[in-house]
Design a protein around this ligand. Structure first.
Ligand code: GDP
Ligand code: ZN
Length: 440
């Protein structure tokens, strides 16, 4: 298989990757010879008629010492669309098939180069939008998460072996549960599991970030608040506006946690049909947020109109009233709970009270300040860890029924296996690798 591995569009360098048994033959045809293994070779990339398509660096990685574990040929040429397409077509004409998204990593997984959690971390590293997220993905990629999972599995296996051995001698008149310290071992596995879950949960916050919708009347201070939240940290990483009428999504970070902000600047009364369409899309996006910040002007308090905005966002799990412009009424920053709703009084202009808001956002997300050594994890992993936890709890209830206890331990191990992908269904693999970039 072959694919363009670099991002689409123009770039200084463009890379074509070819993986599979025929990679050396393709090298011989395009380069005139197969480059010596793992050496960067500056060489012409030739077309069918012998003319030069491009000149660049070719590297050949023979199996099994390559990313996929198969023979890999990498052609690093100029990053132009036409030249890369021509080169790709040439590889396809020579019998390579076009790689599917994530297929290189999938083959790496199938050839035991990576386990499933590591393979997922490859995609998470590419998708990471903050430095902290990238570092935690890198930790998972280098196997830190997996090694915790393996260590836990070792202990489960030892315990299972003991319990199952005892099953074979049911008539023995000894209390094997007490003898073997089974209760203590279960307890210690449970503690380790809970630490692992906590770290994984933090990792999943870094991966998924928090969806925040910012809503309010024109001039209430939405843009100013965005800028304050973003701070000096370059802040607005992306500001993609489909059209001026469309939803504006920005991404900022708080302590390395990605915050996806939907600015609802476009939510005003209108009769323009295109605009109405854009506004419907904005509402739909707003309704899927985790947190809604409803900005009001502290000089007039909450109006009926603003209450109706809140009602429309009743599906958003967390709603916070932001009373902005407190500098105009000479009041101090404050966070207050009224009728089960949080009210934060601040000034987007002076910055007073912004830290209250930031702290509250991170708290709602479940982020722990100063968390270190977090590795990236996905919802799928959290679910599996919950499954292990459930089986361990069951095991503790079944201490007097060795057969049930053994079965609970087996289920616990099975849930752990799901994380690193010891036994995995094709559906799950399709789901995981289908979301990768092509060429990775
Ligand atoms: P948006 O339309 O909701 O995005 O509002 P902007 O952020 O563009 O702000 C509208 C106007 O209100 C600007 O002139 C801001 O300088 C001003 N403004 C925003 N926040 C504050 C605040 O906390 N205090 C004061 N005095 N003015 C503010
Ligand atoms: Zn604005």
């Amino acid at each position: 298989m072959a694919a363009i591995a670099t991002a689409p569009g123009r770039g200084g360098i463009g890379v074509i990757r070819v993986s599979g048994r025929a990679a050396p033959d393709i090298a011989v045809t395009i380069l005139g010879r197969c480059p010596s293994p793992r050496h960067a070779t500056y060489i012409d990339f030739l077309d069918t008629d012998g003319s030069t398509i491009d000149r660049g660096i070719a590297i050949y990685f023979p199996a099994p010492h390559s990313y996929t574990g198969e023979n890999i040929l990498e052609l690093q040429g100029h990053g132009g669309t036409a030249v890369l397409q021509r080169l790709l077509q040439r590889c396809l004409a020579l019998g390579a098939k076009l790689a599917e998204p994530g297929e290189f990593t999938k083959r790496a997984y199938l050839n035991d180069k990576l386990d499933l959690a590591q393979a997922e971390a490859v995609a998470d590293l590419i998708d990471a939008s903050t430095d902290l997220a990238a570092r935690s993905a890198m930790r998972s990629l280098s196997g830190e998460f997996s090694s915790h999972v393996h260590a836990l599995r070792e202990r489960l296996i030892n315990l299972r072996m003991y319990v199952e051995a005892c099953l074979d001698f049911p008539e023995e008149d000894i209390d094997f549960i007490t003898e073997g310290g089974v209760i203590d071992k279960l307890e210690s596995i449970r503690n380790e599991l809970s630490l692992l879950s906590t770290t994984a949960k933090q990792g999943s916050i870094l991966r998924e970030g928090i969806q925040v919708v910012l809503i309010g009347q024109p001039n209430v201070g939405k843009s100013s608040l965005m800028n304050q939240l973003a701070g000096q940290d370059i802040a607005i990483v992306t500001a993609i506006a489909g059209t001026t009428r469309d939803t504006i999504r920005s991404e900022i970070q708080l302590e390395g946690v990605p915050i996806h902000v939907i600015d609802t600047a476009g939510l005003r009364e209108t009769v323009d049909e295109v605009e109405i369409f854009g506004i419907q899309r904005t509402w739909r996006a707003a309704e899927t947020a985790h947190i809604a910040l409803i900005l009001v002007d502290a000089t007039h308090g909450i109006t009926e109109n603003e209450k109706s905005i809140l009602a429309r966002l009743s599906g958003v799990p967390q709603q916070i009233w932001i009373h902005n412009k407190i500098d105009l009424v000479n009041s101090s920053p404050e966070i207050r709970e009224v009728d089960g709703k949080t009210h934060i009084f601040l000034s987007a202009k002076t910055g007073h009270g912004i830290s209250l808001l930031k702290q509250h956002l991170l708290e709602l997300a479940g982020w722990r300040a100063g968390t270190e050594g977090v590795f990236m994890a996905r919802q799928r992993h959290l679910k599996a860890l919950d499954g292990v936890s459930q089986s361990i709890e069951n095991a503790k209830k079944n201490l007097n029924q060795a057969e049930l206890l053994a079965e609970d331990l087996r289920l616990a191990q099975e849930s752990l296996n799901e994380i690193t992908g010891e036994f995995t269904s094709d559906d799950l693999l399709g789901e995981i690798f289908g979301r990768f970039c092509i060429g990775k």
